[in-house]
Design a protein around this ligand. Structure first.
Ligand code: SAH
Ligand code: SF4
Ligand code: F3S
Length: 473
C-alpha cells in the first residue's frame, strides 16, 4: 500500500505553491495524499515566521501530535518552510518527536530524507546557508526552488495557479524575517518561467498569479541581455490559453511608467496592484528602512491614477511599529483616506529575532495600543471600501468563477442553484446565484449590492437578437 501524506500549510502564497510542489514530488515517489493527520504515515507542516503568532500556532499544533507519535512511532513528522529555516535545531528542542526539518530552499530533498528516516537513520535536517555563511553565489545556490513540478490536483482550482518568478528578497526591511528565511533575491530565468506557464496552460490553467516578494523588481541578466518585469509580462502574454495574468507583491519604487503602460497595453494583465505602503509617516518608513518616503509613494499613486485609472490598488500596513507615536499612526489613517485602497491587510508589529529592528529599536508600543490602532485603521479602510464597492452597483463586471461560496449563505450540496463566487480582473470578489458547472468560466455579472469585501450580483443573460426576423412594431 502506498504511504499516506498529510500536509498543513500556513503563511503566504509562496508556501501554498511550495506545498503544491512537495506533494507533486511525493506523489511521484509513490505517496498518496490524505486529508487528516490521523490517517497519515507522514505529517508535514509548512510553516511561516512572519509574526510570532504564526509560529506559536504551529508549535501548539505540533504539541497535539505528541500522543499520536507515542502511539505510533512509525509516523513521520516533518516541519518545513520559513520557521524550519529560522529555528533549525530549535524545532527538535521544542518538539522532540519531530523527525524532519527542511527550509524552503531545500524542499527537493524531502523524499530522500524521508527514505533515510524510514531506514532508521534518525532525524534529518536540510536548511539553506545563512547570509553570512559564504559567498553570495554559494548562499544563493543553497536557496533552490524546484518549481517545474506542477500538479493541478493540488491547486485550489485547476484553472488558477501561482507561478514563482523570483526567489528571496534583498530589501531587508528592518522588521522582516524573509531575507533570512528565503535568502538572496534571484530572478528565475525567463525561459523557465515561460515553459512552466505553457505547462500550466496545457493543464487547463486560465489565470496565473506571478509570485515574488518584490515581484516588479524582477530582473534576469544573461550575458549582455537583461529581461525586466515588463519584458517578462510581454512574453507571458503571448501564451495561448492563459487569459489573465496577476502578480504580487509590488515594491512601490519599482512601479515605473514603463510597467504601468505595459499593464495598460496588454489586455490579459490584471490592473490589480498590491503595493504595500506599511506606514503613512516618513519617520516610521525610515525606521523600517523601506527605501521610499510618503511623497515617493504618492507620486507613484498618481502615476497609477494617470496611466491606469481603472486599476484597483491594495496595501499592507504595520501598526505599532517601534516608537510609532499617535501622530505617526494618524498619518497612516490619512493615507488610507487619501488612497482609498481596494483593501488593506493590517498587522500589529511583532518583533522577530535576528532582524535589525529587534537589535536596534525597542518594541515599545503597548499591546492594547497596537490592537486599538489595528481596529481603527481597519474601520476606516472597510468604510471606504464599502462606499467604493457600492458605487459599482448597476455595473456589469466580468468574473472568473472560482467555485461555491465558502462563507455566507450555505447551500445544500445537492441543490441546483448554489451561491458561487469569483473574481473580477481587479481582484474584487463577486458572489452570485449559479451552479457548480460554472467554475472556470468567465461570466458577466450585474452588481446589485456590495459590502466592504464582496460585490453581490446576478449573472447577466445575453439578449438574443434574432437576425432576419421581422421587426415587431
Ligand atoms: N514582500 C512583501 C511582504 C511580505 S510579508 C512586501 O514587501 O510588501 C507580508 C506583510 O507582513 C508585510 O507587507 C508586512 O505588512 C507584514 N509584516 C512583515 N513582517 C512583520 C512583522 N515583523 N510584524 C508585523 N507584520 C509584519
Ligand atoms: Fe520583507 Fe521588505 Fe522583503 Fe517585503 S520587501 S519581504 S517586507 S524585507
Ligand atoms: Fe511567512 Fe515565509 Fe511567506 S515567513 S509570509 S511563509 S515567505
Amino acid at each position: 500500500m502506498s504511504k499516506r501524506v498529510y500536509i498543513h500549510t500556513v503563511g503566504c502564497q509562496m508556501n501554498v505553491l511550495d506545498s503544491e510542489m512537495v506533494i507533486a514530488d511525493l506523489k511521484r515517489h509513490g505517496y498518496s495524499v490524505v486529508d487528516s493527520p490521523k490517517n497519515a504515515d507522514c505529517v508535514l507542516y509548512n510553516t511561516c515566521s512572519i509574526r510570532e503568532h504564526a509560529e506559536e500556532k504551529v508549535y501548539s499544533s505540533l504539541g497535539k501530535l505528541r500522543q499520536a507519535k507515542e502511539r505510533n512511532p512509525q509516523k513521520t513528522i516533518g516541519v518545513m518552510g520559513c520557521m524550519a529555516q529560522k529555528d533549525q535545531e530549535i524545532v527538535f528542542k521544542r518538539a522532540p518527536y519531530v523527525d524532519l526539518v527542511v527550509g524552503p530552499g531545500q524542499l527537493h530533498t524531502i523524499p530522500n530524507l524521508l527514505q533515510k528516516i524510514e531506514k532508521g537513520e534518525g532525524r534529518q535536517m536540510a536548511v539553506s546557508l545563512s547570509r553570512t555563511d559564504g559567498s553570495q553565489t554559494v548562499i544563493a545556490r543553497s536557496h533552490e526552488t524546484f518549481d517545474p513540478l506542477r500538479d493541478p490536483a493540488m491547486r485550489p482550482t485547476p484553472f488558477q495557479a501561482y507561478l514563482r518568478i523570483q526567489i528571496g528578497c534583498d530589501k531587508f526591511c528592518t522588521y522582516c524575517v524573509v531575507p533570512n528565511t528565503r535568502g538572496p533575491e534571484q530572478g528565475r530565468p525567463p525561459e523557465q518561467v515561460i515553459s512552466e506557464a505553457r505547462i500550466l496552460a496545457e493543464q487547463g490553467c486560465r489565470e496565473i498569479t506571478l509570485l515574488g516578494q518584490t515581484v516588479n523588481s524582477y530582473r534576469f541578466k544573461q550575458d549582455d541581455r537583461t529581461t525586466d518585469f515588463s519584458g517578462l509580462l510581454e512574453q507571458l502574454h503571448e501564451i495561448d490559453g492563459i487569459d489573465r495574468i496577476k502578480f504580487v507583491t509590488n515594491y512601490p519604487k519599482d512601479m515605473t511608467e514603463r510597467l504601468l503602460t505595459t499593464v495598460r497595453d496588454l489586455p490579459k494583465c490584471s490592473p490589480y496592484l498590491h503595493v504595500p505602503l506599511q506606514s503613512g509617516s516618513d519617520a516610521v518608513l525610515k525606521r523600517m528602512k523601506r527605501g521610499y518616503t510618503v511623497g515617493d509613494y504618492m507620486e507613484m499613486f498618481e502615476r497609477i491614477e494617470r496611466i491606469l485609472p481603472e486599476a484597483s490598488v491594495s496595501s499592507d500596513f504595520i501598526v505599532g511599529f517601534c516608537g510609532e507615536t499617535e501622530e505617526e499612526f494618524q498619518m497612516s489613517v490619512r493615507l488610507v483616506e487619501r488612497c482609498r485602497f481596494k483593501n488593506s491587510f493590517i498587522f500589529q508589529y511583532s518583533e522577530r529575532p535576528g532582524t535589525t529592528a529587534a537589535k536596534r529599536y525597542p518594541d515599545d508600543v503597548p499591546r492594547e495600543v497596537k490592537l486599538r490602532r489595528n481596529n481603527e485603521l481597519l474601520e476606516v479602510q472597510d468604510r471606504l471600501a464599502k462606499e467604493d464597492n457600492l458605487k459599482m452597483v448597476g455595473s456589469v463586471v466580468e468574473v472568473l468563477v472560482e467555485g461555491p461560496s465558502k462563507v455566507g449563505k450555505k447551500s445544500d450540496p445537492n441543490a441546483h442553484v448554489v451561491q458561487m463566487t469569483g473574481r473580477t480582473k481587479c481582484d474584487r470578489i463577486v458572489a452570485f446565484d449559479g451552479n457548480r458547472r460554472q467554475a472556470g468560466q468567465f461570466l458577466n455579472v450585474k452588481v446589485d449590492d456590495a459590502s466592504c469585501h464582496t460585490l453581490i450580483g446576478r449573472v447577466q443573460t445575453v439578449d438574443v437578437v434574432s437576425i432576419g426576423a421581422p421587426a415587431l412594431s
